[in-house]
Structure formats: structure tokens, C-alpha cells
Unconditional design. Structure first.
Length: 550
């Protein structure tokens, strides 16, 4: 059985806005958050989440409770199952009455060690001098609880003097046992950085050498509390700003995070000495922020950005910013070039464009055979994307390669170059053309519906719609459409119904594509499908126009 103390510790570590926001879209409403209730059909939001009280309540159907109750009800889980699901999602180690773990003792050992590390920093002028040289202020040192650890024997002396249990220190990853059986400290002669879970629990440490050790950075090993593939350094401090700004900046190291926060970019986090992984994606999805990779422009940084962009491109808005020519983002900020960094962050290279450029850059385009290999690689990559995204980026790929876009297959934009009113046999064509003709006759409605007139919906005739929105009313295809009597002009109600039907169809197709996609991990698939089935589609079926950005 799960111990009651462990359940209460889990409950206390959860943020109900985070938990509920994983399932449905929440919108700020004063001190609270509101949404359409996921437990019953409604058009006007009556589902309220209170961050201060850590509860939810629906004034429509009466449901309510805390984070655990919400997961139980929505996921149809029993009480222990809901607790274990939340613990797994938020990297929380549960305690069981039959001895499976003792988080309170681990927490005591970790916190005592952290306090000792921070005291050590004040006693080491070399470590403090290094931080000052990197432009890290004293207030940032205190805010991020930066510390220092000396030689291994000093660590062992500390544990002995404080009578801290060595087995728990080993379990927490602070010390290890050598081949001789003698314990030793994992971190020695390093500046230390405490690592917290997304909910603010101390779970491990990172250390940067100041003695030219070949391993510049070392993290705690994987423990029952710490999994570096799920954790982002600084996220517990950044998450409020991520939600507020709808943006998250991912850097490569601890000092980058501290420098970015120091300069006001408080939505910044870092991976922990490892590449961005699929296990990070649920954390990145929270708040649906724009994701910006701010990496060094060296070979390692470019390769890390390339791999991350392949993973993020089809699901996340954002892009890549590389700091080339030996420029280090932390050093740029601390040397007074924050405005330059801010400008770079405002114009990232979109993920998919970055992937295409990097794929092609590995080939010699002056060699016909190598150019063919580059083309096949890019074509295969584009084929893995949704049709709309593929259409958007095919011209870019074709331009860089110096080939015709037709080599990549038929394109929506090319089809639009032909008179689009000659063949309306398909129902989708008739619907799309009917909407465009209606907007052509009633141009005032364009402004009202602008958020819903997207390439995702207009799969066949978006280029024609663009002509309308750009007011190119004398274009032959628009003139042809206006006089085509086979295409009806819709009433306002018919127009809304048509847009909703198209959006529902897109969502249902998206669910099928997600199920077939072998590159997406199970948790991400579940999140995407649950959001579509439990939130987006029900709202559409109730007659609400909803923009779905896949």
C-alpha cells in the first residue's frame, strides 16, 4: 500500500493548474482559470480552477475536487491508480508501507547536503571568482543556490559529522562505492547547482569543474527521484513565466539559464547534459508555449538542435537560434549584449526549415549523385509530415536544392494555379469553394472569421482563399468562382456549420495520424488524442468555432 504520508506529500507538490492544464485548455479569469467543463457539454465556460485553493469546481454540473480527484474522474481510474499515474507524470517517488522507499529521509539528506554546498562557496575564492568572471551576480548565486564541493574526503567528513545515513546518501546519488568497497563522493572540486523537479522538490545536483577535469559537467546518477531525461533545469522557477509569456527558451547549461534569468529572460530552462528527449515533451506541452532552442553554434550545438528540431517540428511552434562565431549566449548577456540576444530570440529559424537546411548542408550539391541523395533524404523527411506542413515547406526545400517543387509530388499551391472551378466533384472541394464564394460576396465576414481561415482547414483551396484575403479580386480564378452557379452562397449559419464540420474532420484525421505515427511516444500520443477527444471535438459539436493547431 502507498503510505498516507507519501500521498499527502504528492498532493502538496502538485499544482492543479498544471494537472488540469494537461487535459484541457485553461484561460485566466482574474485569480482563477476557466474552461468548458470536460465532464458535461456546455458552450459557456463554467468550470473553474482555483490555484490558491488547489481545487476545481463546475458550476454547471457540480463536479469538484482536487488534482487526484480530477485524474480519477477523467481517466476513469481508482484512487491508487490515479496517485501512481500522477507520481509517474511528475517524477515523484512514492513510499509504500512495506519499505519501498523513504522520501522523507532522502529529502533530509539532499537538503542538508545542499545547505553545506552553499556555505562552501563562500569559503572558496577560486569558485566565486569564476562565477564573477562569468558575470553571475551575487543575487543570482543566492537565487539559484549555487554552491561548491571540495575533495571527496571533505564530503565524507561532513556526512560523518552530521550523522547522515550513508545508505541514503548513496540512494540519493551523492556518494558511491568504489571497487575496494570504500565510499567516495560523486561530485568533487566543482561548482554545484541544485536540481529541482517541476514542482519544486530537490532531486539531485549538477556540478561544473573548475580544475580542468575532462568531464566539464557531471549530474547526479539516475535515482528513484531523479531522471535527467524528464527534468529541465530551472523549470520550477521558469514555469510561471512560461505560462505568462507562452514561450520557453531551452539552453544547454546551468550558467546559460542563470544568465538568461539575470537578464530578464525568466522563461529559460536547460537540459541536463543530455539531448532533448521524448520524455521532456509532456513538460514542454504545459501551457502550449512557443519553444525556442538557444544553442551554441559549434558542431555539438548544431547537432543537438538538429535532433531536437526533428522531434519538435511537427508538434511545436518555435525554432532554433544558434550563437555562432564562438559567441556564448551567457557571455553575450553578461557582457551587456542582452538586446542583441533578445533580437535573435525574436526571429528563430523554424524547426522544419532548420532540419531541411541541415540535411542539405551535409551534401555537395555540385555533385549530381550527392544532390540526388540530398533530395531523397529531404523528400523522405517531408513525406513524414502532415500534408499541410509538407506543402508549406516543399518550396523552401526545392529552392535550397535548386530543383522544381514538382519533383516532390503534387502540391496544393500548384493545383491552385489552375482554374479551380472546373472540377468540383469532390464534396470537400464544394464546401471549401462555397465558403470562399460566400466570403467573396460578403467580405465583411473575413475579419470576423480570420482566426479560422487556416491552411489546416482549407486543404485543397487555401491559395485561392489567400487571394481573397489579399483582396486580389480581379484574379481570374476568383472571377471564375464568382460566376460559377454550381457553387452556392451560404447563409451565416451554414457558413459556421461548414467550418465546424471541416474542423471536426481535420481533428478526426489528426487522431488517426497520431495513432499511426510510430515516432511519437505513448504519453505524447495519449495527451494529443485526449485533448482532441475530450476538449476540441466536443466543443465543436456543441457549435463552438475552435481553432485547432495540430
Amino acid at each position: 500500500m502507498i503510505s498516507q504520508d507519501s500521498i499527502e506529500a504528492l498532493r502538496g507538490s502538485l499544482d492543479i493548474v498544471d494537472v488540469v492544464g494537461n487535459y484541457i485548455e485553461l484561460k485566466k479569469a482574474g485569480a482563477n482559470f476557466k474552461a468548458n467543463c470536460p465532464f458535461h457539454g456546455e458552450k459557456t465556460p463554467s468550470f473553474v480552477v482555483s490555484p490558491s485553493k488547489q481545487i476545481y469546481h463546475c458550476f454547471g454540473c457540480g463536479v469538484g475536487g482536487d488534482s487526484i480527484k480530477f485524474v480519477m474522474e477523467l481517466e476513469k481510474l481508482n484512487y491508487p491508480e490515479a496517485i501512481e499515474k500522477l507520481a509517474s507524470t511528475y517524477n515523484f517517488a512514492l513510499e509504500y508501507t512495506k519499505g519501498q522507499g523513504d522520501y522523507s529521509e532522502l529529502k533530509r539528506v539532499l537538503e542538508a547536503t545542499q545547505k553545506w554546498y552553499t556555505k562552501n562557496l563562500d569559503l572558496n575564492s577560486h569558485a566565486k571568482g569564476y562565477l564573477q568572471q562569468r558575470g553571475i551576480s551575487q543575487s543570482s548565486i543566492e537565487e539559484f543556490e549555487v554552491g561548491f564541493v571540495g575533495n571527496s574526503q571533505s564530503v565524507m567528513n561532513f556526512f560523518n559529522s552530521q550523522m547522515l545515513p550513508l545508505p541514503k546518501a548513496m540512494e540519493a546519488g551523492i556518494i558511491a562505492t568504489g571497487e575496494s568497497g570504500r565510499p567516495y563522493a560523486r561530485l568533487v572540486d566543482r561548482i554545484t547547482f541544485p536540481i529541482y523537479s517541476s514542482n519544486g522538490n530537490l532531486i539531485g545536483f549538477g556540478g561544473r569543474t573548475i580544475s580542468n577535469h575532462p568531464a566539464k559537467y557531471i549530474n547526479s546518477p539516475q535515482t528513484k527521484l531523479f531522471n535527467k531525461s524528464r527534468v529541465l533545469y530551472g523549470y520550477h522557477r521558469a514555469k510561471k513565466h512560461v505560462y505568462d509569456k507562452k514561450e520557453i527558451i531551452i539552453t544547454e547549461g546551468y550558467l546559460d539559464v542563470i544568465a538568461f534569468h539575470q537578464a530578464g529572460f525568466k522563461q529559460t530552462v536547460a537540459t541536463l547534459g543530455t539531448a532533448l528527449t521524448s520524455e521532456h515533451l509532456p513538460l514542454l506541452k504545459k501551457g502550449e508555449p512557443k519553444v525556442i532552442l538557444a544553442y551554441d553554434g559549434d558542431k555539438a550545438g548544431i547537432e543537438a538542435a538538429y535532433k531536437a528540431s526533428q522531434m519538435l517540428g511537427s508538434s511545436f511552434d518555435g525554432g532554433v537560434v544558434l550563437f555562432g562565431n564562438g559567441a556564448d549566449p551567457a557571455d553575450m548577456i553578461t557582457s551587456g549584449r542582452s538586446a542583441e540576444v533578445a533580437k535573435m530570440l525574436r526571429t528563430p529559424k523554424p524547426f522544419i526549415a532548420f532540419v531541411i537546411e541541415q540535411m542539405i548542408s551535409k551534401h555537395d550539391l555540385s555533385n549530381a549523385l550527392d544532390k540526388q541523395r540530398a533530395f531523397e533524404e529531404v523528400k523522405s523527411y517531408l513525406a513524414s509530415l502532415s500534408p499541410i506542413i509538407k506543402d508549406s515547406y516543399t518550396p523552401i526545400a526545392a529552392s535550397i536544392l535548386g530543383v522544381s517543387a514538382t519533383l516532390f509530388g503534387s502540391q496544393t499551391k500548384e493545383r491552385f494555379a489552375q482554374p479551380t472551378t472546373q472540377n468540383h466533384s469532390k464534396q470537400n472541394d464544394v464546401v471549401e469553394l462555397g465558403i470562399i464564394k460566400t466570403l467573396l460576396e460578403k467580405p465583411s465576414m473575413v475579419d470576423e472569421l480570420i482566426d479560422f481561415l487556416t491552411p489546416t482547414l482549407f486543404k485543397n483551396h487555401y491559395a485561392l482563399l489567400q487571394l481573397l484575403m489579399q483582396e486580389e479580386l480581379n484574379h481570374p480564378t476568383l472571377i471564375g468562382l464568382s460566376i460559377d452557379e454550381s457553387i452556392p452562397i451560404l447563409s451565416s449559419q451554414e457558413l459556421q456549420k461548414s467550418l465546424i464540420a471541416m474542423q471536426i474532420r481535420i481533428c478526426e484525421n489528426e487522431i488517426r495520424q497520431i495513432n499511426r505515427d510510430t515516432t511519437i511516444d505513448y504519453k505524447t500520443k495519449s495527451f494529443k488524442i485526449r485533448k482532441l477527444r475530450s476538449d476540441i471535438i466536443p466543443r465543436l459539436k456543441r457549435g463552438e468555432l475552435v481553432v485547432y493547431k495540430g
